[in-house]
Design a protein around this ligand. Structure first.
Ligand code: GRF
Length: 203
C-alpha cells in the first residue's frame, strides 16, 4: 500500500514507520508532506530517498496548494495518509475524499487534552497540571474537526511518578513509536473496522 506521511517538524514517528520491520512488506512511504519548506523530517525523508512536498493554504513560493496536493496524492496512488505531527488543519475536501483513510496520532488520551492549541508540549503541560496519573497516545481517524474522529487505538502510560511535562512527553513518545507503526500495519491489512460508534482492531 502506498502511504503519505504528513509532518511539521522532527518526524520521529515518521521514522518509526520507515524503520518498522513489520511494515517493510506492507507499506511504502511514497510521499512526505509538510507545511514547512524545511524541517528535520524532510532531511530524514531525503536520506531514505522519499519525495517531499510542502503544502500551503495560501499561495507561496516552493509550495503546492491543497488541490495540487490532491492531484499528487492521486498520481501516486496514495491509499492512506498518516498525520504524524502535522500541525495544520486538513481542508474538508481532502478529508471527504480520504474518508477513513486519514489517521492522526495525538500525544494524550482523547477526548481529554485535545482540540485547538493542544499540540506539542502544550498537551503534556496540560496533562501535568491536571495531576492525571495516566496519559498516552491516541490514534484516531480525521474528520472535519480537530481531534474528533473515531478513536482507533490508545495506550495508557503510567505517569504517576513524573516530575515534569518533559518526562510525560518522553514516556508517551516512546509508546507512540510502537503504536503508530502497529496501527498503520492494521490499516494496510484492512483490519480496522468501524461499526455504529466504535472501531475494532482485528487480529
Ligand atoms: C508527536 O508527539 C505526535 O503525537 C504529535 O506531534 C508529535 C510529533 O513528533 N501529533 P514527531 O515529529 O513524530 O517526532
Amino acid at each position: 500500500m502506498n502511504i503519505a506521511v504528513f509532518v511539521s517538524g522532527r518526524g520521529s514517528n515518521m521514522k518509526a514507520i520507515l524503520d518498522s520491520e513489520e511494515l517493510r512488506n506492507k507499506v511504502k512511504v511514497s510521499l512526505v508532506v509538510s507545511d514547512k519548506t524545511d524541517c528535520k523530517a524532510f532531511d530524514t525523508a531525503e536520506e531514505y530517498g522519499i519525495e517531499t512536498v510542502t503544502v500551503s493554504a495560501k499561495e507561496k513560493k516552493r509550495c503546492v496548494s491543497y488541490s495540487g496536493l490532491m492531484d499528487i496524492l492521486e498520481s501516486k496512488n496514495i491509499e492512506l495518509i498518516v498525520l504524524a505531527g502535522f500541525l495544520k488543519l486538513i481542508p474538508v475536501e481532502l478529508v471527504r475524499k480520504y474518508k477513513y483513510k486519514i489517521i492522526n496520532i495525538h500525544p494524550a488520551l482523547l477526548p481529554s487534552f485535545g482540540g485547538k492549541g493542544m499540540y506539542g508540549m502544550n498537551v503534556h503541560k496540560a496533562v501535568f497540571e491536571s495531576g492525571a496519573k495516566v496519559s498516552g497516545p491516541t490514534i484516531h481517524f480525521i474528520d472535519e474537526e480537530y481531534d474528533k474522529g473515531w478513536i482507533i487505538a490508545q495506550k495508557a502510560v503510567d505517569i504517576s511518578d513524573v516530575t515534569s511535562p518533559e518526562e510525560i512527553a518522553e514516556r508517551v513518545l516512546n509508546e507512540e513509536h510502537k503504536l503508530l507503526p502497529f496501527i498503520t500495519g492494521k490499516m494496510a491489512d484492512g483490519k480496522i473496522t468501524i461499526t455504529d460508534n466504535r472501531t475494532y482492531i482485528e487480529n
